[in-house]
Design a protein around this ligand. Structure first.
Ligand SMILES: [Zn+2]
Length: 443
Protein backbone atom coordinates (compact mmCIF):
# COMPACT_ATOMS: atom_id res chain seq x y z
CA UNK A 1 0.00 0.00 0.00
CA UNK A 2 1.11 3.54 -0.78
CA UNK A 3 2.52 5.39 2.21
CA UNK A 4 0.02 8.22 1.77
CA UNK A 5 -2.89 5.79 1.78
CA UNK A 6 -1.58 4.19 4.94
CA UNK A 7 -1.26 7.61 6.53
CA UNK A 8 -4.82 8.43 5.48
CA UNK A 9 -6.20 5.24 6.97
CA UNK A 10 -4.23 5.94 10.11
CA UNK A 11 -5.64 9.45 10.38
CA UNK A 12 -9.11 8.16 9.58
CA UNK A 13 -8.93 5.61 12.38
CA UNK A 14 -7.59 8.29 14.67
CA UNK A 15 -10.71 10.24 13.82
CA UNK A 16 -12.85 7.25 14.70
CA UNK A 17 -11.02 6.78 17.96
CA UNK A 18 -11.27 10.47 18.51
CA UNK A 19 -13.58 12.64 20.36
CA UNK A 20 -16.96 13.24 18.86
CA UNK A 21 -19.73 12.04 16.56
CA UNK A 22 -21.99 14.50 14.75
CA UNK A 23 -25.08 12.38 15.45
CA UNK A 24 -24.69 13.00 19.17
CA UNK A 25 -24.78 16.77 18.59
CA UNK A 26 -27.84 16.31 16.39
CA UNK A 27 -29.58 14.36 19.15
CA UNK A 28 -28.76 17.08 21.68
CA UNK A 29 -30.13 19.77 19.40
CA UNK A 30 -33.39 17.95 18.73
CA UNK A 31 -34.43 17.81 22.39
CA UNK A 32 -37.14 20.43 22.87
CA UNK A 33 -37.80 22.47 26.02
CA UNK A 34 -41.18 23.45 24.55
CA UNK A 35 -42.34 19.85 24.21
CA UNK A 36 -41.09 19.01 27.71
CA UNK A 37 -43.07 21.98 29.02
CA UNK A 38 -46.17 20.81 27.18
CA UNK A 39 -45.87 17.30 28.62
CA UNK A 40 -45.18 18.46 32.19
CA UNK A 41 -48.23 20.71 31.87
CA UNK A 42 -50.37 17.80 30.67
CA UNK A 43 -49.20 15.65 33.59
CA UNK A 44 -49.83 18.44 36.11
CA UNK A 45 -53.33 18.92 34.70
CA UNK A 46 -54.34 15.42 35.80
CA UNK A 47 -54.78 17.10 39.20
CA UNK A 48 -53.17 14.33 41.18
CA UNK A 49 -51.12 11.36 40.04
CA UNK A 50 -51.02 9.79 43.47
CA UNK A 51 -50.54 6.03 43.21
CA UNK A 52 -53.82 5.40 45.10
CA UNK A 53 -55.83 8.03 43.23
CA UNK A 54 -58.71 7.54 40.81
CA UNK A 55 -58.11 5.18 37.89
CA UNK A 56 -61.46 5.49 36.11
CA UNK A 57 -61.62 9.16 35.19
CA UNK A 58 -60.04 10.27 31.93
CA UNK A 59 -59.16 13.70 33.25
CA UNK A 60 -58.01 13.23 36.85
CA UNK A 61 -55.86 10.70 38.68
CA UNK A 62 -53.15 8.18 37.99
CA UNK A 63 -55.26 6.06 35.63
CA UNK A 64 -55.73 8.96 33.24
CA UNK A 65 -52.04 9.87 33.58
CA UNK A 66 -50.71 6.44 32.70
CA UNK A 67 -53.12 6.01 29.82
CA UNK A 68 -51.95 9.34 28.44
CA UNK A 69 -48.29 8.33 28.79
CA UNK A 70 -48.99 5.08 26.96
CA UNK A 71 -50.88 6.93 24.22
CA UNK A 72 -47.98 9.36 23.87
CA UNK A 73 -45.53 6.46 23.39
CA UNK A 74 -48.01 5.01 20.86
CA UNK A 75 -47.99 8.29 18.91
CA UNK A 76 -44.19 8.31 18.88
CA UNK A 77 -44.21 4.71 17.69
CA UNK A 78 -46.66 5.49 14.88
CA UNK A 79 -44.27 8.21 13.73
CA UNK A 80 -41.32 5.80 13.51
CA UNK A 81 -42.92 2.93 11.65
CA UNK A 82 -43.92 1.16 14.89
CA UNK A 83 -40.39 1.21 16.28
CA UNK A 84 -41.59 1.06 19.88
CA UNK A 85 -43.13 -1.90 21.71
CA UNK A 86 -45.44 -0.15 24.15
CA UNK A 87 -47.01 -1.95 27.10
CA UNK A 88 -48.08 -1.79 30.71
CA UNK A 89 -46.31 -3.76 33.40
CA UNK A 90 -48.54 -4.38 36.44
CA UNK A 91 -47.83 -5.37 40.03
CA UNK A 92 -50.46 -5.92 42.72
CA UNK A 93 -49.47 -4.54 46.12
CA UNK A 94 -51.57 -5.63 49.09
CA UNK A 95 -52.60 -3.18 51.77
CA UNK A 96 -50.68 -4.98 54.53
CA UNK A 97 -47.34 -4.36 52.80
CA UNK A 98 -46.67 -0.94 54.31
CA UNK A 99 -48.41 1.94 56.06
CA UNK A 100 -48.25 3.88 52.79
CA UNK A 101 -50.49 1.31 51.11
CA UNK A 102 -53.85 1.84 52.85
CA UNK A 103 -55.68 -0.31 50.27
CA UNK A 104 -54.85 -2.98 47.70
CA UNK A 105 -53.53 -1.28 44.59
CA UNK A 106 -52.25 -2.14 41.14
CA UNK A 107 -48.94 -0.41 40.55
CA UNK A 108 -48.86 0.09 36.80
CA UNK A 109 -45.68 1.01 34.91
CA UNK A 110 -45.59 2.08 31.27
CA UNK A 111 -42.80 0.74 29.11
CA UNK A 112 -41.68 1.46 25.54
CA UNK A 113 -38.95 -0.70 24.02
CA UNK A 114 -36.99 0.46 20.98
CA UNK A 115 -35.54 -2.82 19.80
CA UNK A 116 -31.84 -2.93 18.96
CA UNK A 117 -30.77 -4.20 15.54
CA UNK A 118 -27.81 -6.26 16.72
CA UNK A 119 -28.34 -6.96 20.41
CA UNK A 120 -32.14 -6.92 20.81
CA UNK A 121 -31.91 -8.45 24.28
CA UNK A 122 -29.45 -5.97 25.76
CA UNK A 123 -31.07 -2.92 27.28
CA UNK A 124 -30.13 0.59 28.27
CA UNK A 125 -32.96 2.17 30.22
CA UNK A 126 -34.16 5.68 31.00
CA UNK A 127 -36.83 6.10 33.66
CA UNK A 128 -39.02 8.78 35.19
CA UNK A 129 -41.91 8.51 37.63
CA UNK A 130 -45.63 8.76 36.97
CA UNK A 131 -46.84 9.32 40.53
CA UNK A 132 -46.91 12.37 42.81
CA UNK A 133 -47.69 13.23 46.44
CA UNK A 134 -48.34 16.11 48.85
CA UNK A 135 -47.50 16.59 52.57
CA UNK A 136 -49.37 13.48 53.73
CA UNK A 137 -47.99 10.56 51.71
CA UNK A 138 -51.37 8.83 51.85
CA UNK A 139 -53.47 11.79 50.74
CA UNK A 140 -54.64 10.66 47.31
CA UNK A 141 -57.39 13.19 46.69
CA UNK A 142 -55.83 16.66 47.12
CA UNK A 143 -54.24 18.43 44.17
CA UNK A 144 -50.73 17.09 43.78
CA UNK A 145 -49.16 18.62 40.69
CA UNK A 146 -45.73 16.98 41.12
CA UNK A 147 -44.42 19.24 38.37
CA UNK A 148 -40.77 18.78 39.22
CA UNK A 149 -41.19 15.58 41.28
CA UNK A 150 -41.48 13.92 38.98
CA UNK A 151 -43.36 15.07 35.89
CA UNK A 152 -40.02 16.54 34.83
CA UNK A 153 -38.34 13.12 34.73
CA UNK A 154 -41.35 11.54 33.05
CA UNK A 155 -41.58 14.25 30.39
CA UNK A 156 -37.82 14.02 29.80
CA UNK A 157 -38.18 10.28 29.22
CA UNK A 158 -41.00 10.79 26.70
CA UNK A 159 -38.98 13.49 24.92
CA UNK A 160 -35.91 11.25 24.74
CA UNK A 161 -38.10 8.61 23.08
CA UNK A 162 -39.33 11.19 20.56
CA UNK A 163 -35.81 12.17 19.58
CA UNK A 164 -34.07 8.79 19.67
CA UNK A 165 -36.87 6.98 17.81
CA UNK A 166 -35.53 8.74 14.68
CA UNK A 167 -32.39 6.59 14.87
CA UNK A 168 -31.53 2.90 14.71
CA UNK A 169 -29.39 1.46 17.48
CA UNK A 170 -27.57 -1.82 17.95
CA UNK A 171 -28.76 -2.26 21.54
CA UNK A 172 -32.32 -1.87 22.75
CA UNK A 173 -33.44 1.26 24.58
CA UNK A 174 -36.29 1.20 27.09
CA UNK A 175 -38.23 4.33 28.03
CA UNK A 176 -39.91 3.72 31.33
CA UNK A 177 -42.61 5.40 33.38
CA UNK A 178 -42.59 3.96 36.89
CA UNK A 179 -45.36 4.26 39.44
CA UNK A 180 -45.61 3.80 43.22
CA UNK A 181 -42.34 5.65 43.87
CA UNK A 182 -43.66 7.82 46.67
CA UNK A 183 -45.36 4.85 48.37
CA UNK A 184 -42.11 2.89 48.64
CA UNK A 185 -40.41 2.36 45.25
CA UNK A 186 -42.99 -0.26 44.24
CA UNK A 187 -42.95 0.32 40.48
CA UNK A 188 -39.18 -0.04 40.28
CA UNK A 189 -39.29 -3.15 42.44
CA UNK A 190 -41.90 -4.72 40.19
CA UNK A 191 -40.07 -3.83 37.00
CA UNK A 192 -36.65 -4.94 38.30
CA UNK A 193 -38.16 -8.28 39.36
CA UNK A 194 -39.79 -8.61 35.94
CA UNK A 195 -36.43 -7.91 34.28
CA UNK A 196 -34.71 -10.52 36.44
CA UNK A 197 -37.37 -13.15 35.74
CA UNK A 198 -37.07 -12.50 32.03
CA UNK A 199 -33.27 -12.66 32.09
CA UNK A 200 -32.77 -9.13 30.77
CA UNK A 201 -29.19 -8.21 30.04
CA UNK A 202 -29.20 -4.62 31.31
CA UNK A 203 -26.35 -2.25 30.45
CA UNK A 204 -27.67 0.27 32.94
CA UNK A 205 -30.57 2.37 34.16
CA UNK A 206 -30.66 6.16 34.18
CA UNK A 207 -33.26 7.06 36.76
CA UNK A 208 -34.40 10.65 36.40
CA UNK A 209 -36.04 12.10 39.46
CA UNK A 210 -36.43 15.88 39.62
CA UNK A 211 -34.61 17.38 36.66
CA UNK A 212 -36.24 20.81 36.51
CA UNK A 213 -35.36 22.96 39.52
CA UNK A 214 -32.50 25.46 39.31
CA UNK A 215 -33.17 27.56 42.46
CA UNK A 216 -31.87 25.74 45.48
CA UNK A 217 -32.93 26.05 49.09
CA UNK A 218 -29.20 26.73 49.62
CA UNK A 219 -29.62 30.02 47.73
CA UNK A 220 -27.62 28.84 44.76
CA UNK A 221 -29.13 29.28 41.33
CA UNK A 222 -27.51 27.20 38.63
CA UNK A 223 -28.75 25.92 35.30
CA UNK A 224 -25.59 23.90 34.65
CA UNK A 225 -24.96 21.96 37.89
CA UNK A 226 -26.50 18.51 38.18
CA UNK A 227 -25.86 15.38 40.18
CA UNK A 228 -25.11 11.79 39.26
CA UNK A 229 -25.69 9.50 42.24
CA UNK A 230 -24.12 6.05 42.19
CA UNK A 231 -23.55 3.47 44.87
CA UNK A 232 -19.93 2.29 45.36
CA UNK A 233 -20.42 -1.46 44.94
CA UNK A 234 -23.48 -3.66 44.38
CA UNK A 235 -25.30 -4.91 47.51
CA UNK A 236 -25.44 -8.32 45.84
CA UNK A 237 -21.70 -8.91 46.00
CA UNK A 238 -20.52 -12.07 47.71
CA UNK A 239 -18.50 -12.32 50.90
CA UNK A 240 -15.60 -13.50 48.77
CA UNK A 241 -15.81 -10.44 46.50
CA UNK A 242 -15.87 -8.22 49.56
CA UNK A 243 -12.77 -9.90 50.95
CA UNK A 244 -10.95 -9.69 47.62
CA UNK A 245 -11.42 -5.92 47.61
CA UNK A 246 -9.22 -5.58 50.68
CA UNK A 247 -6.30 -6.89 48.65
CA UNK A 248 -7.07 -5.88 45.08
CA UNK A 249 -9.14 -2.73 45.42
CA UNK A 250 -12.52 -1.81 43.95
CA UNK A 251 -14.18 -0.07 46.90
CA UNK A 252 -15.31 2.76 44.63
CA UNK A 253 -15.45 0.83 41.36
CA UNK A 254 -18.76 -1.04 41.26
CA UNK A 255 -20.83 -1.28 38.07
CA UNK A 256 -23.08 1.67 38.94
CA UNK A 257 -20.06 3.85 39.62
CA UNK A 258 -18.63 2.92 36.21
CA UNK A 259 -21.93 3.89 34.62
CA UNK A 260 -21.76 7.24 36.45
CA UNK A 261 -18.21 7.78 35.17
CA UNK A 262 -19.38 7.00 31.64
CA UNK A 263 -22.07 9.68 31.82
CA UNK A 264 -19.65 12.14 33.38
CA UNK A 265 -17.09 11.67 30.62
CA UNK A 266 -19.62 11.84 27.80
CA UNK A 267 -21.12 15.04 29.20
CA UNK A 268 -17.67 16.60 29.56
CA UNK A 269 -17.04 15.74 25.90
CA UNK A 270 -20.32 16.82 24.33
CA UNK A 271 -21.76 19.34 26.81
CA UNK A 272 -18.70 20.99 28.36
CA UNK A 273 -20.85 23.89 29.55
CA UNK A 274 -22.52 21.54 32.03
CA UNK A 275 -21.22 20.76 35.49
CA UNK A 276 -21.89 17.11 36.33
CA UNK A 277 -21.27 16.33 40.00
CA UNK A 278 -20.36 12.74 40.73
CA UNK A 279 -21.93 12.03 44.10
CA UNK A 280 -20.37 9.01 45.74
CA UNK A 281 -23.52 7.66 47.33
CA UNK A 282 -26.59 5.65 46.44
CA UNK A 283 -28.88 8.64 46.89
CA UNK A 284 -29.37 11.72 49.03
CA UNK A 285 -28.89 11.26 52.77
CA UNK A 286 -31.53 8.82 53.98
CA UNK A 287 -33.72 9.35 50.91
CA UNK A 288 -34.66 7.09 48.04
CA UNK A 289 -35.33 6.81 44.34
CA UNK A 290 -36.29 4.32 41.71
CA UNK A 291 -32.75 3.32 40.73
CA UNK A 292 -32.40 1.54 44.08
CA UNK A 293 -34.66 -1.47 43.37
CA UNK A 294 -32.51 -2.15 40.30
CA UNK A 295 -29.33 -1.84 42.39
CA UNK A 296 -30.91 -4.22 44.91
CA UNK A 297 -31.03 -6.93 42.23
CA UNK A 298 -27.47 -6.32 41.08
CA UNK A 299 -28.07 -4.04 38.07
CA UNK A 300 -26.03 -0.93 37.29
CA UNK A 301 -28.30 2.05 37.95
CA UNK A 302 -27.74 5.72 38.71
CA UNK A 303 -29.85 8.71 39.63
CA UNK A 304 -29.63 11.83 37.50
CA UNK A 305 -31.08 14.96 39.09
CA UNK A 306 -30.82 18.67 39.75
CA UNK A 307 -27.99 19.80 42.05
CA UNK A 308 -29.88 22.35 44.12
CA UNK A 309 -33.18 21.15 45.54
CA UNK A 310 -35.91 23.25 47.05
CA UNK A 311 -37.71 21.42 49.85
CA UNK A 312 -40.58 23.91 50.01
CA UNK A 313 -41.51 22.64 46.55
CA UNK A 314 -41.41 18.89 47.21
CA UNK A 315 -44.09 16.72 48.79
CA UNK A 316 -45.98 19.80 49.96
CA UNK A 317 -49.62 20.79 50.17
CA UNK A 318 -50.13 23.82 47.98
CA UNK A 319 -50.36 26.77 50.38
CA UNK A 320 -48.80 30.04 51.44
CA UNK A 321 -47.29 30.03 54.92
CA UNK A 322 -45.16 32.79 56.46
CA UNK A 323 -44.90 34.35 53.02
CA UNK A 324 -43.54 31.18 51.46
CA UNK A 325 -45.45 29.63 48.55
CA UNK A 326 -45.29 25.87 49.11
CA UNK A 327 -46.01 23.28 46.45
CA UNK A 328 -44.54 21.47 43.47
CA UNK A 329 -46.20 23.64 40.86
CA UNK A 330 -45.50 24.24 37.19
CA UNK A 331 -44.14 27.77 37.71
CA UNK A 332 -41.06 26.47 39.51
CA UNK A 333 -39.86 24.22 36.70
CA UNK A 334 -37.13 25.54 34.45
CA UNK A 335 -37.73 23.85 31.12
CA UNK A 336 -34.45 24.84 29.49
CA UNK A 337 -32.69 23.08 32.34
CA UNK A 338 -34.98 20.02 32.06
CA UNK A 339 -34.08 19.99 28.37
CA UNK A 340 -30.37 19.95 29.23
CA UNK A 341 -30.72 17.02 31.60
CA UNK A 342 -32.88 15.23 29.05
CA UNK A 343 -30.05 15.74 26.55
CA UNK A 344 -27.62 14.31 29.10
CA UNK A 345 -29.74 11.16 29.10
CA UNK A 346 -30.32 11.07 25.36
CA UNK A 347 -26.66 11.33 24.37
CA UNK A 348 -25.67 8.64 26.84
CA UNK A 349 -28.51 6.33 25.83
CA UNK A 350 -27.41 6.74 22.21
CA UNK A 351 -23.71 6.28 22.93
CA UNK A 352 -24.30 3.09 24.87
CA UNK A 353 -26.90 1.82 22.42
CA UNK A 354 -24.35 2.24 19.60
CA UNK A 355 -21.52 0.66 21.60
CA UNK A 356 -20.45 -2.99 21.69
CA UNK A 357 -20.90 -5.00 24.89
CA UNK A 358 -18.26 -4.54 27.57
CA UNK A 359 -15.69 -7.31 27.98
CA UNK A 360 -17.04 -9.83 30.49
CA UNK A 361 -13.78 -10.94 32.02
CA UNK A 362 -10.90 -8.55 32.66
CA UNK A 363 -7.79 -9.89 34.38
CA UNK A 364 -5.01 -7.82 35.80
CA UNK A 365 -1.48 -8.78 36.83
CA UNK A 366 2.03 -7.48 37.39
CA UNK A 367 2.62 -7.95 41.09
CA UNK A 368 6.23 -6.94 42.02
CA UNK A 369 6.90 -6.01 38.39
CA UNK A 370 7.49 -2.65 36.73
CA UNK A 371 4.56 -3.03 34.31
CA UNK A 372 0.82 -3.60 34.56
CA UNK A 373 -0.55 -6.54 32.54
CA UNK A 374 -4.06 -7.08 31.27
CA UNK A 375 -6.06 -9.80 29.60
CA UNK A 376 -9.73 -9.68 28.67
CA UNK A 377 -12.42 -11.65 26.90
CA UNK A 378 -13.09 -10.25 23.43
CA UNK A 379 -16.60 -9.17 22.49
CA UNK A 380 -18.34 -9.39 19.12
CA UNK A 381 -18.68 -6.04 17.40
CA UNK A 382 -15.63 -4.44 19.01
CA UNK A 383 -12.88 -3.20 16.71
CA UNK A 384 -10.54 -2.64 19.64
CA UNK A 385 -10.12 -2.05 23.32
CA UNK A 386 -9.09 0.79 25.54
CA UNK A 387 -7.24 0.56 28.83
CA UNK A 388 -8.10 3.27 31.36
CA UNK A 389 -6.31 4.19 34.52
CA UNK A 390 -6.32 6.86 37.20
CA UNK A 391 -4.65 7.83 40.44
CA UNK A 392 -6.20 5.92 43.33
CA UNK A 393 -7.60 9.21 44.71
CA UNK A 394 -9.14 10.39 41.43
CA UNK A 395 -12.89 10.00 40.83
CA UNK A 396 -12.56 9.87 37.03
CA UNK A 397 -10.68 7.81 34.43
CA UNK A 398 -7.98 10.35 33.63
CA UNK A 399 -5.59 8.31 31.46
CA UNK A 400 -6.35 5.98 28.60
CA UNK A 401 -4.66 4.11 25.82
CA UNK A 402 -6.32 2.56 22.79
CA UNK A 403 -4.57 -0.75 22.23
CA UNK A 404 -6.33 -2.11 19.14
CA UNK A 405 -7.95 -5.46 18.51
CA UNK A 406 -6.00 -7.57 20.98
CA UNK A 407 -7.01 -9.50 24.06
CA UNK A 408 -3.98 -8.75 26.20
CA UNK A 409 -1.65 -5.84 26.75
CA UNK A 410 1.18 -4.70 28.98
CA UNK A 411 1.47 -1.07 30.06
CA UNK A 412 5.24 -0.81 30.27
CA UNK A 413 6.55 1.23 33.15
CA UNK A 414 3.17 1.67 34.81
CA UNK A 415 3.31 0.21 38.30
CA UNK A 416 0.20 -1.70 39.28
CA UNK A 417 0.11 -0.48 42.87
CA UNK A 418 -0.18 3.22 42.13
CA UNK A 419 -3.29 3.34 39.96
CA UNK A 420 -6.70 1.82 39.40
CA UNK A 421 -7.34 0.32 35.96
CA UNK A 422 -10.19 -0.72 33.70
CA UNK A 423 -10.88 -1.87 30.12
CA UNK A 424 -13.60 -0.85 27.67
CA UNK A 425 -14.60 -2.19 24.24
CA UNK A 426 -14.66 0.21 21.27
CA UNK A 427 -17.06 -0.16 18.33
CA UNK A 428 -16.49 0.78 14.70
CA UNK A 429 -17.96 4.27 15.10
CA UNK A 430 -15.85 4.97 18.14
CA UNK A 431 -18.61 4.42 20.68
CA UNK A 432 -17.37 2.69 23.80
CA UNK A 433 -18.79 0.33 26.34
CA UNK A 434 -18.76 1.13 30.02
CA UNK A 435 -15.32 0.55 31.60
CA UNK A 436 -14.95 -2.81 33.32
CA UNK A 437 -12.93 -2.93 36.54
CA UNK A 438 -10.72 -6.06 36.63
CA UNK A 439 -12.58 -9.04 38.01
CA UNK A 440 -9.80 -11.66 37.91
CA UNK A 441 -6.11 -11.87 38.77
CA UNK A 442 -3.45 -12.75 36.21
CA UNK A 443 -0.80 -15.03 37.67
ZN1 LIG B 1 -40.72 12.52 45.59
Amino acid sequence: MHKFAIACIFLFSLGLMGQTDQRIYDIMNKVSAERIKKDVTTLVNFGTRHTLSDTISNTRGIGAARRWIKSEFDVISNNCNNCLEVSYQRNLVKKEESNRIPKDVWIVNVMAIQRGTKYPDRYIIMSGDIDSRVSDANNYTSDSPGANDNASGMAGTIEAARVLSNYKFENSIIYLGLSGEEQGLYGGQGLAKYAKENGWDIIGIFNNDMIGNIRGVDGIISNTDFRIFSEPVPPTETERERNMRRFYGGEVDGISRQLARYVYKNVKTYMPEMNPMMIYRLDRFGRGGHHRPFNDLGYAAIRIMEAHENYTQQHQDIRVENGIAYGDVLEHVNFDYAKKLTSVNAINLASLAWAPPAPKEVSIGGIVEPSAKFQWSKVPGAIGYKIYWRDTTSPTWDHSRYVGDVSEFTLEGVVLDNFFFGVSAVGKDGFESVVVFPNAILR
